[in-house]
Design a binder for this molecule. Structure first.
Ligand code: KPL
Length: 296
């Protein structure tokens, strides 16, 4: 099968991957909520350089049956299941679907509800945000995709300079990212601070340590020894490297959007319940953030 990749989710990460796939010669199609088939130019800025990348777009209603032969899902996690389901009539049989979002739980839900889908998962440390019409590629990161043996369709992803690689143990990579997000995102959203404040402010740093003790305990109960031993080091390392960032959850709160807390801390807390591990600190953050926060 020749794979014409469609990207679901036209936010910063979706646009960034549209640029990456265009660079890899994969001629991606960006799926929008509505609109006829057309073309757009994405202006990507990084390192004070700008480039204009032409990308085809199509509204979800205008997709032809069977047109999607590869789907990369970059929506906010809260919308991922509904967004994939809206594309099902256009998805060719056997087309790979790669989930690239924060948090966990969507893969399980899609597997349960659509057992014939060919699902893969990924995680990225690329940082991007939109500044008006310009896509700012703020942090050059790496993307891991996995889910079993390396499939044939993956070869072009590794062929360029876009730092996309196949990950043998994607479950461990997703769990690691979940722990990091659990330790950073809720606290920054609640205290409305940049990531670096979690190191600079002693009270917040103490909170990170307590959260990580719980994250380590859940990892151990899950049989994930690396998570049990490294949760705090991973979190502190990312806080240091992204000190000036506003976490995605803080950005959601500041922009009055629903946060991804249910798929981040919520997933962690339900795993902890399943395994009988007490996680009072994480559970308290879930309660505090799982309702709209009034802006001030
Ligand atoms: O993934 C992130 C996020 O903000 O969602 C981190 C790594 C915490 C960077 O801000």
């Amino acid at each position: 099968m020749i794979h014409r990749w469609h990207i679901l989710g036209a936010g910063a990460i979706g646009r960034l991957f549209a640029c990456k796939l265009q660079h890899l010669g994969l001629a991606p199609v960006l799926v929008l909520r509505e609109g006829a088939r057309g073309d757009t130019i994405i202006t990507r800025r990084w390192d004070e350089r700008e480039e204009s990348i032409p990308v085809t777009t199509v509204g979800v209603e205008a997709l032809e049956p069977g047109e999607i032969t590869g789907l990369l899902v970059t929506t906010k996690v809260n919308h991922a299941v509904a967004a994939v389901e809206a594309c099902l009539p256009a998805l060719a049989e056997g087309a790979p679907v790669i989930l690239l979002h924060n948090g966990m739980g969507v893969l399980e839900e899609l597997r349960r509800n659509h057992p014939t889908l060919s699902l893969y998962a990924g995680t990225t440390t690329d940082g991007a945000y939109r500044d008006g019409e310009v896509l700012v590629h703020a942090g050059l990161g790496e993307t891991d995709i996995g889910g079993g043996e390396v499939p044939d369709w993956f070869a072009p992803f590794e062929s360029g300079e876009e730092r996309v690689r196949w990950c043998e143990d994607i479950d461990a990579a997703l769990w690691k990212k979940l722990l990091i997000n659990c330790a950073i995102n809720p606290l920054t959203a609640l205290h409305r601070c940049r990531n670096g404040a979690l190191l600079d402010n002693p009270a917040l740093r103490a909170e990170v340590e307590l959260l990580c003790e719980e994250l380590a305990a859940v990892s151990a109960a899950r049989g994930n020894a690396r998570g049990a031993g490294c949760a705090l080091d991973w979190a502190l390392g990312v806080i240091q490297r992204t000190a000036d960032n506003q976490s995605s959850m803080l950005q959601d709160v500041l922009n009055g959007r629903e946060t991804e807390i249910r798929y981040i801390t919520g997933y962690l807390v339900s795993e902890a319940e399943r395994l009988g591990v007490p996680v009072p600190r994480n559970a308290a953050l879930l309660r505090q953030l799982d309702s709209p926060i009034p802006s001030h």
